[in-house]
Design a protein around this ligand. Structure first.
Ligand code: LUZ
Ligand code: MOS
Length: 758
């Protein structure tokens, strides 16, 4: 495996040559589409008057729901979300009208001329309030293993508590957006910034009332997705496509940053209750949790996110008796959606809080309880899957060993005795994350490979490049399989006409699914080439043929063929040099009626040590170090994998510490710009960030045994919350600190001096 290839997009990115939706040369006569969104979080629309706006010079038309030719429906899992509001609005920022203008400035002017009258209805922003009023987006779910009731009655220690975790803005550098133009035969082509080209295609077809074959979606690449464009790219695609299709002119719909922030959903905030029971040996015997997910005003992906919360509710621990329940609560906020980790982080935070709470109450270090309860081979997870090839203890033990956790503990303690106004804290955070879409059906992919007659190769897959480096891995698959130079291979855009019925690039599974489909396609071509070689050169069926560095070897000896003349001659003999590959993950299954099965191809493991310093006069803090041992399997691209790991960690720390989404009681987003919503910058990232690759064989279900890497590292960031909390407690042991993330500097400052004089 060529591990030196790095990220093939790097040079394009740093020189500004990489192409995003807004860089695509547009056609003459392109229209701008601006969304007029609801200024009220919940209400009945009494009247809308856009006549003055529509008459402004440069305004071509203003669309309402009445102009939608097909269904006014964009809900992916549950059909509960209109593209444009009809009689009611359910969140502030909900699209109501589309202003179509010759240019952007005119559209902005017209926006101000639109009058909307809305009769207000009660606004709910809190998931527990929604639950109390019976407002649910989807049926509640419950995973059960063993018998918690009996188990709790046998526990020596029982602790209960409540946790809160906040939302998180995906903040992709490139905002949402689409550019569409009408094509012949009543069809439309859309360039979309989406993780899910097929999702956009399906939604556009539904909104236009045409077949999916009339809708072509093309994705050059994304300036980040992080889950925010798994489902929510569809509305922007549909808006641009509808305008283009009806007005027969090219149209672009790209929101500005603040529009994107106020109109789109974020990571689901959760409010949760936990109950944990331990025996005298600190073995966790029973665990119960109830999750109240803040879903926002429509289901979007929340029902699937809810499911993953339950799958990861016990993180890396084996607990014999578990009951976990989850409710997807309907509130008047923008529909919340996928964000790296997809509910997993929310579930794990509660588990870690429960352990921390038990440890503090019992006056032991949490890592004693964590290590004692770590899962191992043969353990059953609450959803029935039996753990195999477990690396949980290996990662943990290697981390505590190579990062010298025992001496870190002593150093932190020493530092804290020596410093009055600076305190350090540490934590250990294990992670076990399941790889596969939890919806078994989605675990499939296809790829299309053309070997051109000059020996160069064009590759299309369902994978969307969003900075995560998947195209680099796809290129490696082809180069390795064919034994040719990466220079000969071109990765094409992701396009629904070339590769159909794609699953979104999500769930950390993109390289596995598309890589395996691609391998299937390449192997088909290779088999045809090898049988051609056999007919040309030998009659012996037992010859071993290989291509290395573009030279064909037969029984380890270089033959007269190299890649280029092999392809030329195969073409002359009319050998098919194109192939379509397909892959569907074997083995996996899940039965929702009993909530049991084997949903994941495999799990990814790791452990993070986090050390922080809190400034106890200011409430500010620094992350001194995050040191990780991570199970990459047999990494096929160490620099891409390392980049994913580092990025995930920093993003997880952001979620847990500084990124604070604030809506007021009217459902208005207050943290609506980068001045009020802070994400980690170069100053707030860990001063030291070490990632040790655990040496393992990897897993056959992973592409080239190189394990999925997109989401699992994000959850190491949870360690930052606990490390900061511990530092605060070192200053003020009486501090009453809720298990509520993010633990912002403001909250730290309050906790340092609360109760006052404490
Ligand atoms: N998307 C999805 C995901 O539809 N299903 C999943 O299981 C998932 N997991 C992580 C991220 N996105
Ligand atoms: Mo995702 S949260 O789009 O894998």
């Amino acid at each position: 495996m060529d591990n030196t290839i790095g990220n093939i997009d790097a040079a394009g990115h740093v020189t500004g040559r990489s192409i995003y939706v807004d860089d695509i040369p547009v056609m003459e006569g392109m229209l701008f589409v601006k969304v007029f969104d609801s200024p009220i979080a919940h209400g009945r629309i009494i009247s809308i008057d856009f006549s003055a706006a529509e008459q402004m010079e440069g305004i071509v038309k203003i669309f309402s729901y009445k102009d939608i030719p097909g269904q006014n429906q964009i809900g992916g899992i549950i059909p509960d979300e209109p593209l444009l509001a009809d009689h009611e609005v359910h969140y502030r920022g909900q699209p109501v009208l589309l202003i179509v203008a010759e240019n952007e400035d005119t559209a902005e002017e017209a926006f101000k001329e639109i009058k909307i009258e809305i009769e207000p209805l009660p606004i709910i922003t809190d998931p527990r309030d929604a639950f109390a009023q019976g407002k649910l987006l989807s049926p509640s779910r419950k995973f059960v293993m063993g018998d918690v009731k009996t188990a709790f009655s046998n526990c020596k220690y029982i602790f209960e508590g409540q946790t809160e975790s906040g939302g998180q803005e995906q903040l992709y550098l490139e905002t949402q957006g689409a550019y569409a133009y009408p094509n012949e035969h009543d069809s439309v082509k859309i360039f979309s910034s989406t993780q899910g080209p097929t999702q956009v295609q399906r939604t556009v077809a539904r909104v236009l009332g045409v077949g999916m074959n009339k809708v072509e979606v093309d994705v050059p690449r994304l300036g980040g997705g992080f889950g925010g464009k798994e489902d929510q790219a569809s509305s922007w695609g549909a808006m641009a496509a509808m305008v283009a299709w009806i007005l027969k002119r090219p149209a672009k719909c790209i929101p500005h940053r603040m529009e994107d922030m106020r109109m789109t959903g974020k990571r689901n905030p959760y409010s949760s209750d936990f109950k944990i029971g331990l025996d005298g040996d600190l073995k966790i015997i029973a665990y119960e949790a109830t999750f109240y997910q803040n879903g926002g005003a429509a289901a979007d992906l929340s029902p699937a996110i809810l499911e993953r919360t339950l799958f990861h509710a016990t993180n890396s621990y084996h607990i014999p008796h578990v009951t976990v329940t989850a409710h997807s609560c309907k509130t008047n906020l923008p529909p919340n959606t996928a964000f790296r980790g997809f509910g997993g982080p929310q579930g794990m935070f509660v588990m870690e809080a429960a352990i921390d709470h038990a440890a503090k109450s019992l006056k032991v270090d949490p890592d004693i309880i964590q290590r004692k309860n770590m899962m191992d081979n043969g353990d059953e997870l609450p959803y029935g899957q039996i753990i195999k090839e477990c690396q949980a203890k290996n990662c943990w033990d290697e981390a505590t060993d190579i990062y010298n956790v025992e001496s870190v503990k002593k150093e932190v303690e020493w530092f804290n005795t020596q410093n009055q106004f600076y305190k350090k804290g540490w934590s250990l955070m294990p992670v076990c994350f399941g790889i596969s879409f939890t919806n078994t059906m989605m675990n499939q992919a296809r790829a299309l490979v053309h070997v051109y007659s000059d020996g160069t190769v064009g590759v299309s897959t369902g994978a969307v490049e969003m900075g995560q480096g998947v195209n680099s891995k796809m290129l490696q698959v082809v180069a390795t399989c064919f034994g040719i130079s990466p220079q000969k291979i071109k990765l094409e855009t992701t396009n629904t006409t070339r590769v159909a019925n794609t699953s979104p690039s999500a769930a950390s599974s993109t390289a596995d699914l598309n890589g395996k489909a691609l391998l299937d396609a390449c192997n088909q071509i290779k088999e045809r080439l090898f049988s051609f070689i056999k007919t040309e050169l030998t009659d012996n069926e037992d010859e071993i043929i290989e291509i290395k560095d573009e030279v064909v070897y037969i029984n380890d000896e270089a033959s007269i063929f190299n890649w280029k003349n092999l392809i030329q001659q195969a073409f002359m003999k009319r050998i098919n040099l194109s192939a379509k590959g397909h892959y569907a993950t074997p083995i996996i299954n899940f039965d929702k009626t009993i909530e049991k099965g084997h949903p994941f191809a495999y799990h990814v493991y790791g452990t993070a040590l986090t050390i922080v310093t809190v400034d106890c006069l200011r409430g500010t803090y620094e992350i001194d170090a995050v040191k990780v041992v991570h199970d990459f399997g047999s990494s096929m691209n160490r620099s891409v994998d390392l980049g994913q790991c580092e990025g995930g960690i920093v993003q997880g720390i952001g979620w847990m510490t500084m990124e604070e989404i604030i809506y007021n009681e009217e459902g208005k987003l207050l943290s609506n710009a980068l001045s009020t919503y802070k994400i980690p910058d170069i100053y707030s990232v860990p001063k030291t960030l070490d990632v040790k690759f655990l040496n393992t064989d990897g897993n056959d279900m992973a592409i080239f045994k190189s394990k999925a890497v997109g989401e699992p590292p994000l959850m190491y960031g949870i360690g930052a919350y606990f490390a900061i909390r511990n530092a605060v407690l070192a200053f003020n042991p009486a501090a009453d600190i809720a298990y509520a993330a993010p633990i912002t500097p403001e909250k730290v400052l309050m906790a340092l001096y609360n109760p006052v004089g404490g």
